[in-house]
Write a protein that binds this ligand. Structure first.
Ligand code: ZN
Ligand code: ZN
Length: 225
């Protein structure tokens, strides 16, 4: 129905259409309100209290069940919008679908972070911030199951200030069994797993020092689940 047709039927009138598990609902309150849902539809009908100018009193206005569901959960939508907005994927594009694609990715990361935070709560662990979480996801996607750690044939130029983004790799990178090569370095460093070990051997992919000698092989131990 058009807005006009719906408004003729009076406050509380509604119309809907559904396909493939998605319902589109139009409801006339003060104005026409449009909602899409995959979770609830029209029935059971309920009522909301609204001020009526004509009757100078609050009246019960009929509404489809998706309205109270929206009101109950809109705090979650506000939170979701905020989390997506914080570290938004920049996607200014003439192609309209690219910002939508970016939004879907951002929404997935925000939702994953919320699930991760809930799990941390259950395990009584301190969760990482959304920013760190995004970086961790990016690192994993970049490295996991990819041979990015192959040692260079010639020694690379030493960067004066190495960029420290993550102290240790994510477990999915650490245990992926691809491209973890021992690299000998001039500088020694403390072994990542045994408390007293000092080593000149580093994992090329994980970028951590690990014992690798006749007595001690922390290199293998580190990469085994
Ligand atoms: Zn490694
Ligand atoms: Zn060690």
């Amino acid at each position: 129905m058009t807005d006009k047709e719906l408004m003729k039927r009076g406050r509380g009138a509604y119309d809907y259409s559904s396909a493939h598990g998605v319902i589109a609902v139009k409801w006339f309150d003060n104005k026409c309100v449009h909602l899409l849902s995959t979770a609830c539809g029209v029935e059971p009908l309920s009522t909301v209290q609204r001020w009526s100018k004509e009757e100078r009193a609050k009246v019960a206005v009929q509404c489809p069940s998706v309205i109270p569901a929206y009101n109950q959960h809109m705090g979650g939508i506000d939170l979701s919008d905020m989390l997506v907005q914080l570290y938004k994927t920049p996607a200014k594009s003439r192609r309209w679908y690219l910002p939508i694609f970016g939004y879907i990715l951002d929404l997935c990361v925000a939702n994953s972070w919320l699930v991760y935070k809930r799990d941390c709560g259950l395990l009584s662990e301190k969760p990482m911030s959304l920013k760190r979480f995004r970086v961790a996801v990016a690192h994993s996607l970049q490295k996991v199951n990819k041979p990015v750690g192959r040692p260079p044939s010639s020694s690379p130029p030493q960067r004066s200030a190495p960029r420290r983004v993550l102290a240790s790799p994510q477990p999915d990178v650490r245990y992926d069994n691809i491209g973890h090569f021992p690299c000998h370095t001039e500088k020694r460093g403390r072994c990542n797993i045994c408390p007293k070990g000092v080593s000149r051997w580093k994992c090329s992919k994980c970028n951590v020092f690990l014992c690798l000698n006749a007595k001690q092989n922390c290199f293998v131990a580190y990469h085994e689940m």
